[in-house]
Design a protein around this ligand. Structure first.
Ligand code: SF4
Ligand code: SF4
Length: 348
């Protein structure tokens, strides 16, 4: 919302300016450094990485067949859910259905469709329905979530409505407190979903980042414009496959001249795993300049720190809501005016 407001009015919203600055900085980093934010800064990505590194160590102790099944079941499960979820979002984008239509009698077919979709990836033999198909389907989910936000905010929400929301909607004024409350007083359902993702992340590399994160999806798309890419020197490469094995995002690095995909988080794991000096590097377009990972990290983190601190120094970081207003609103947080009713907000 803050980003659309900025592009529509040229102003930073006065209610949650830091949120906009952080989001805007992420988009900026992607323009130069691809999904480097995911690989080097994101706290969720960091926890995910620690988890799978631990899980990897554990799975290596199990028989190969068992660890193969453990790794692949969550992907099939996600692919099944995505089979239903993705077309629904596509229909929303095409406006064939609206949010209201979720109450339509047509949606009585949703449960059988979910059951079918969950069974399909497990029931159809791998020769006909290979793991690659599951992986592609599962990865579609994050683009579905991204498309949903683009539809609801960027396409459907007029700038005038955003102006009203930022000045008169009580829900928007306490959105950050609501978010904190969500995590502090977590419902059983939310806790089970987060725990499930946490546990699966132990056995499935970068589970959240690969399949669900809409921010990662957006940074990946913007990252196509970046002048940097992992580049393989086919003359020096000895085809050992160590780069592909090292890639937690399951990219077939050993087969590519340039890694040009929205999935690459620029983590340099493949480069560090390569045994041949100069066979694999992060390079600027045109295969000219090699970028060492220390330089890459300094530039990426430096850009992030510079932009966010400039926002602080120039007064574009702190909300215009006073402490007194926050205290009052926190005391009345359970009132109906602070509810978000399927896109409808009360005004004051
Ligand atoms: S291992 Fe290499 S190809 Fe894979 S995500 Fe990291 S930098 Fe990109
Ligand atoms: S690790 Fe290096 S040498 Fe081995 S396949 Fe990848 S690029 Fe080639």
């Amino acid at each position: 919302m803050g980003t659309k407001y900025f592009f529509g009015t040229g102003k930073i919203n006065p209610i949650h300016p830091a949120g906009f600055v952080i989001f805007g900085t992420l988009l900026l980093t992607a323009l130069f450094f691809k999904r480097g934010f995911c690989g080097w800064i994101c706290p969720i990505g960091t926890v995910s990485e620690w988890e799978w590194r631990f899980g990897d160590w554990f799975l290596k102790k199990l028989p190969q067949r068992v660890s193969y099944v453990i790794r692949n079941v969550p992907t099939r499960f996600t692919a099944g859910l995505s089979l239903v979820f993705t077309p629904i979002i596509a229909l929303l984008i095409l406006d064939v259905i609206t949010m209201e239509s979720f109450k339509s009698p047509l949606f009585r077919y949703l449960t059988p469709a979910y059951i079918l979709a969950m069974v399909l990836p497990f029931a159809i033999p791998r020769k006909i329905w290979p793991d690659k198909v599951n992986d592609i389907l599962a990865r579609a989910w994050k683009f579905s979530i991204l498309a949903f936000f683009i539809q609801v905010i960027f396409i459907k929400m007029p700038i005038a409505q955003l102006e009203v929301l930022y000045t008169r909607a009580p829900f928007v004024r306490v959105a950050d407190i609501k978010m904190l409350k969500f995590f502090v007083n977590m419902s059983g359902m939310a806790l089970s979903v987060i725990l499930t993702i946490f546990i699966i992340s132990l056995i499935n590399k970068n589970y959240w980042c690969r399949f669900f994160c809409p921010y990662g999806a957006l940074l990946g798309i913007i990252g196509y414009a970046s002048p940097m890419r992992i580049t393989r020197d086919t003359g020096k490469c000895i085809d050992c496959g160590k780069c592909t094995k090292a890639c937690a995002m399951h990219i077939l690095v050993e087969k590519k001249k340039h890694v040009l995909t929205h999935e690459c988080v620029a983590c340099y794991d493949c480069v560090n795993a390569c045994p041949v000096n100069g066979a694999l590097d992060m390079k600027l377009v045109g295969d000219r300049k090699k970028i060492h990972y220390v330089l890459y990290a300094v530039l990426l983190v430096g850009l992030y720190v510079a932009v966010t601190n400039t926002a602080r120094a120039t007064g574009h970081w702190y909300t215009k809501i006073s402490d007194a207003e926050y205290i009052l609103r926190i005391s009345e947080l359970d009132q109906p005016k602070y509810l978000h009713k399927a896109g409808q907000f009360e005004m004051e």
